[in-house]
Design a protein around this ligand. Structure first.
Ligand code: ADP
Length: 583
């Protein structure tokens, strides 16, 4: 009996050990996820976003996101951030990327949908983990610090790095590109090989005269001459980096076709941001995101660096021999807009949220002079709800404007200030841009607006009129008259010179538009070498500026296509001058 008891207890012990072992094994096999690669989708700004997520039993190891229809540069910035945040926190409880909220939320949703298939406990994944304490950013010493990673700042940094000098860019947003991401049209230049190939006769002098006239003769003549002279070279520089900007069309305020855009007429800004940021990657230039310049450091009249805050709000110093301010304009700072232009109170804006004029305010504290600061441009064709901008190129390519009564009311190709004023005179201060299928096929920007849901479609003009609750007969008559004028080539009604399309055949598209705050032409005063000029009239040593932060290039009204020229040309000049003057 005793023996039997002994035997059975040994058996029991063995059994218990086996169970414990198997139990442990099971537990280990189960893990957090069922290993594998899972796919999930969600709707983004422009269409479906797909996420492919690879997991081992207890770790998310790889995420690939395909977001072909998101605005390219914004989408790419958001993608990197979202992937990095999920992988580093191993959680879905991450913040959307500011400046790209809709896109990044959709990316998080697609990753979530993928992980739902992996057997994971979604509640655990969605619970915020304790953030590991990150080290505060240490002080840095560089030759040049560039503030702002828009088109101007990135162009500047490329030139500095090309000269073999050390450079860092600080950018307060989590993505690069600023307002440059939103540049829809193209880049102006006269006497280019692309114009020549298209048989377009244009001269630098005509470009100069058009810009001066459009700017109401307020433009600084020397800055404008610098812009005009360097514009063809700027396109070559971009194209040598792979931008493919070769299409030449007409834009408001230009005597001849001279706005150069990507071959498929897609918006120029994202293309430029992509080539510039790729180049900076290749050059190993450090772009510190979510890092904000707070103050310019100056000693005995010489600028020696920047006081900045890192992404956790820790203050640190960048000691530099040169500081280039490329912080953009102040179109998203409604208080500053109102301060300089009380009449623009309450207008919506086309600007990204980082366009708050920081650089202008900082530069003033070290004695910078301002020029044309009250000159603020409203863009005629923005979405009344969101401020989303519809490119001026649409009108250049053939679209017309009609009011809520179904009538044309202006030469659509007048300068932005004039077209805006005309729209504001119409019912509700709004109008419709009318385009047709032929234009949709030829113009990727228009196709994008339609896909994003901004347009109302009608197979015929009558159907379109009914959807817009416009009187059918009136709109039909307006279109019929326009087609006849376009065929004859003379706009007897409003004097429009280029009627690129007859708009004879449908289907038709209508996009509701209203003017919104677009570009702040004024800013810090610079000379042709991009030195910031003080109120005493002399360059501030060690301080340079380029892009929308500056005033003078555009005078009282910016011509479409000149902002991109401005940021690339003066961005490069600021980098080159800073290098030349390194002590
Ligand atoms: P530009 O067209 O002149 O290059 P953008 O608007 O494209 O101007 O770019 C300016 C960039 O500067 C934006 O990305 C913006 O977020 C950034 N910026 C603005 N203020 C600061 C600041 N205080 N510190 C760092 N970056 C800033």
């Amino acid at each position: 009996m005793k023996k039997l008891f002994k035997k059975s207890s040994i058996l029991l012990l063995i059994l218990m050990l086996v169970f414990t072992f198997v139990g442990c094994q099971n537990k280990e096999v189960k893990g957090k996820f069922n290993p594998g690669t899972y796919e999930g989708t969600a709707e983004g700004l422009g269409g479906t976003i797909t996420a492919k997520v690879t997991v081992t039993k207890d770790e998310i190891t790889k995420i690939e996101i395909d977001a072909p229809k998101e605005t390219e540069s914004i989408g790419a910035g958001a993608k990197e951030q979202v992937i990095d945040r999920v992988l580093s926190s191993q959680s879905l409880a991450i913040d959307a990327v500011s400046g790209a909220t809709v896109s990044s939320n959709a990316m998080i949703a697609a990753i979530t949908a993928a992980l739902e298939k992996s057997g994971a406990d979604m509640n655990v994944l969605k619970t915020p983990a304790d953030k590991p304490k990150e080290e505060a950013q240490k002080d840095l010493d560089v030759d040049v610090v560039v503030v702002g990673a828009g088109g101007a700042g990135m162009s500047a940094a490329i030139e500095v790095a090309n000269a073999g000098k050390s450079v860092v860019i600080i950018e307060k947003m989590p993505i690069v590109g600023g307002n440059t991401n939103r540049a829809t049209g193209g880049i102006n230049a006269a006497e280019t090989p692309y114009q020549e190939a298209a048989g377009i006769k244009d001269t630098k002098q005509t470009f100069y005269d058009d810009t001066m006239k459009g700017g109401k003769d307020l433009n600084d003549p020397e800055l404008l001459r610098t812009l005009v002279d360097n514009a063809p070279g700027a396109i070559e520089w971009l194209n040598n980096m792979g931008a493919g900007i070769e299409r030449v069309t007409l834009s408001g305020g230009a005597t001849n076709p001279r706005i150069h855009s990507p071959k498929d007429a897609s918006p120029v800004g994202p293309v430029i941001v992509k080539v510039l940021s790729n180049k900076l990657k290749e050059q190993n230039v450090n772009i510190m995101l979510e890092t904000k310049a707070e103050k310019i450091i100056e000693k005995d009249g010489i600028v020696t660096g920047i006081q900045a805050t890192d992404k956790n709000g820790n203050s640190f110093t960048i000691n530099a021999k040169a500081v280039i301010l490329a912080t953009g304009g102040f179109g998203a700072n409604s208080e500053m807009v109102e301060q300089y232009r009380p009449d623009l109170k309450g207008f919506s804006t086309t600007n990204h949220q980082g366009a708050t004029g920081d650089g202008i305010v900082m530069a003033q504290t070290v004695g910078a002079d301002l020029t044309d600061i009250g000159e603020i441009q409203i863009h005629p064709t923005t979405d009344p709800g969101t401020g989303y901008l519809f490119t001026e190129g649409l009108r250049g390519d053939g679209a017309i404007l009609v009011n809520f009564e179904g009538k044309r009311f202006t030469d659509e190709l007048l300068t932005r200030d004039k077209v805006s004023a005309k729209i504001l005179e119409q019912t509700n201060g709004q109008a419709y841009l009318i385009a047709n299928e032929e234009m949709r096929i030829e113009n990727a920007s228009l196709a994008g607006y339609i896909e994003k849901g901004y347009a109302t479609k009608g197979e015929t003009i009558a159907e379109l009129a009914r959807s817009l609750t416009i009187d059918e007969a009136t709109l039909e008559n307006t279109m019929k008259v326009y087609t006849e004028l376009a065929k004859a080539g003379v706009d007897k009604e409003f004097g429009r010179k280029h009627m690129t399309k007859t708009l004879e055949a449908g289907p038709y598209y209508a996009i509701k538009v209203t003017p919104g705050i677009h570009h702040t032409m004024g800013g810090v005063k610079i000379d042709t070498k991009a030195h910031i000029i003080s109120t005493e009239g002399t360059p501030i040593k060690g301080l340079y500026a380029a892009g929308e932060i500056t005033g003078g290039v555009h005078g009282g009204n910016r011509i479409g296509g000149n902002a991109v020229a401005d940021i690339v040309i003066f961005g490069r000049i600021s980098g080159q001058t800073a290098v030349e003057e390194l002590k």
